[in-house]
Design a protein around this ligand. Sequence first.
Ligand SMILES: [Mn+2]
Length: 331
Amino acid sequence: MQDNWEKILDLLRKEDRFLVAAHSNPDGDALGSTAAMGWVLEALGKQYWLYNASPLPVRFAWISLSQTLHCDPPPWEPRWYILLDCGDVHRIGKDAAIQLPADRTVNIDHHVSNAGFGGLNLVEAGRSSVGEIIGYLAMDLGISLHGPLGEAIYLAMSTDTGSFSFESTSPECLELAAEVIRQGLNPGIFNARMQNQWRLNRLHLMGEVLRRARLFSKGRIGIVSISAEMRKKTNATIEDCDDVVDYIRRVKGIEVAVSLREDEPKKIKFSLRSFGDTDVGAMAAAVGGGGHKNASGGELPYSLDEAEEFLIRLVDKHLAMADQKRASTFA
Ligand SMILES: [Mn+2]
C-alpha cells in the first residue's frame, strides 16, 4: 500500500488546479509553507491559487511569493485544496471566503492535535514545521531548494523553532537548513531581514507591558497582559504584540509563560510557552485552544482580569497534576 507521503507526491505530479491555504493571521510557518508550496507548484507548471483569510503581515512583506497572496477565492474551481499548518480545519479563519470539500482537502500539518480532517492527510508531529515537510517533498520531486523556495522553507523552519533553538530543532530540520544554505541562502542576511522589522511603537508597547510582568505559583508561572488601552496609548498594532510571551519566558525559574492580549471587550487571545515535559498544548486544549507541547494558545470570552485569573488557576492546576504524576513515578 502506498503511504500518504507517496500519495501526495503523486497528486502534486499528476493533478492540477490547486488552492493553497494556511491558518489566518499567518506566522512564519503558515506563510513560509504557503510560499514554498507556491514555488513547488510553479516549478511543476501547475495552475494554483495562494489564499489566506488575512492580508500579508507587514513584517513578512519582504518574502518572495510566486503570485499574490489572495484574500478572495479563485475565479476558477479548484480540484484540490491544500491546507497547511492547521491543527484544525477552522483555523483557516472563521470568515474564510472559501469552502473546503473534505474529500478534496489535502491536510499537511505538524500539530499533534490534528485529527486528520482531510481526504488525504500528512500529519507529522515530529517535524519542526510544515515548511520542513514541503522542503523534503520538493527534494523528492527533484526540485532544487535555491532562491525563493529555499528562503520560504528556511523562514518556516527558523520561525517555528525560535531560530533553531526549540526542542523541535531536529537533525532532519538542520539537515534541510544546511541544504538550503548549500543552495545559496545567506543566513546572516536572511536573519537581519527577518528580525530587524520592528516599529518603534512596538518597543514603546513592550516597555508598558513588560514593566507590569508578574509571577505566580512561587515563580513557576510568569504572566504579561496587553490591554486594548495600552495598545491605544502606544499606537501599537496587533502585530506589534507578537512574541511578547517569549520575553517573560526568559525569567529564571518560570515553567510556564503566559501572555494575554485584549482584542475586544470579552475577547482575549492567550499564548502559553514552556520547555521540556511541561505540556502547555494540553492546557490550551482543555479550554478549546490548541498548539504544541511547548507552545500553544487560544481565546477566552472574559475580561482581561477574569482571563488572567482563569489562566493562572488552569496552569497552576496542571503544574500540580504534573508534580503529582512525577512524585508517583519516582515513589
Ligand atoms: Mn507550524
